[in-house]
Design a protein around this ligand. Structure first.
Ligand SMILES: C[S@@+](CC[C@H](N)C(=O)[O-])C[C@H]1O[C@@H](n2cnc3c(N)ncnc32)[C@H](O)[C@@H]1O
Length: 275
């Protein structure tokens, strides 16, 4: 049987409930292309069979798998570059001065996909701030998708992936070539760890961070989900910490976030009054 409009509605609701991601009906075709692997793994041959299975027995794990398979995982090393330049030239030097007494820094790459954002930060820290070698540095990457978290942990990238954004100098210094692929070098590994977390299930984490990267994920959320996630980021950020969003994203919420405009980019400070 062919998929009906009601079937697609149902799948969109499953995705929204389990990941907060809103899929526009004009993109329903994505269900066919992205759920093929899941269908095969379930021994099914068509999408309407999956819908029937989900309706017959509301299997929470299968619902989550549908939501995970529908995520867009586009990322790259040093994506958009200017936030990393800002980190190198202004945000990190100031933060390091303020943390000199405790010699500890914690960062969160929320929605880390295959890990390039977290590993880029690790490279930046090692390359430009050698004094931090004796500090406690933690970069936590989290993502909804178990498969993306596995890939981020494995830290192994194809030639095409390292060619996108990773300077040749960094490739040779911080990656090890294995056959046709590249793996993050052992010396960098202790800086990053990755966990599966859903930004829509609160609290996402109970820790506090000095810097949070929440880039290119809020565009998939409804306004209400965005607000909840941003409140969670506000709670998780130290009072003098910073939030970096994607180049086309803004938090709004002027009582909670102070935008700081720089020459090429923008970042956000948490406002105390809202706490
Ligand atoms: C387009 S990628 C962005 C990756 C990276 N932050 C960047 O800017 O390059 C979006 C990521 O958000 C993740 N994601 C989507 N919904 C999520 C949710 N509710 N909780 C956690 N991660 C989610 C997806 O799995 C995907 O890997």
């Amino acid at each position: 049987m062919a998929m009906t409009a009601t079937d697609f509605d149902f799948l969109r609701t499953v995705v929204s409930r389990n990941s907060g991601n809103q899929i526009d009906p004009s993109r329903d075709y994505l269900f066919e292309s992205r759920l093929g692997g899941l269908l095969r793994a379930q021994g099914l041959t068509a999408l309407d069979q999956l819908v029937a299975a989900l309706k017959l027995e509301p299997d929470a794990r299968l619902q989550r798998s549908v939501a995970e398979a529908m995520t867009i995982n586009e990322t790259s090393f040093f994506r958009d570059n200017s936030p990393f330049e800002l980190l190198r030239t202004a945000l990190l030097p100031a933060l390091i001065e303020r943390r000199r007494h405790i010699r500890s820094l914690r960062f969160w790459s929320a929605a880390s996909s295959t890990g390039q954002e977290a590993w880029s930060l690790a490279m930046l820290l090692r390359e430009h701030f050698p004094d931090l070698a004796s500090w406690r540095i933690e970069i936590l990457g989290t993502d909804l998708s178990a498969e993306m978290v596995e890939r981020a942990r494995a830290a192994r990238y194809q030639r095409l992936e390292v060619n996108r954004g990773l300077p040749a100098r960094f490739l040779l210094k911080y990656m090890v070539r294995i056959d046709d692929e590249w793996e993050v070098a052992p010396a960098l590994r202790p800086l990053c760890r990755f966990e599966q977390r859903n930004l829509c299930r609160l609290p996402v984490l109970l820790d506090t961070f000095d810097g949070i990267f929440l880039r290119n994920v809020m565009l998939y959320f409804s306004a209400e989900t965005r607000r909840h996630v941003l409140l969670e980021m506000h709670r998780a950020l130290s009072p003098d910490g910073f939030l970096v969003l994607g180049s086309s994203e803004q938090p709004g919420m002027p009582q909670h976030w102070l935008p700081v405009l720089t020459e090429k980019t923008c970042y956000y400070r948490p406002l105390p009054a809202a706490g």
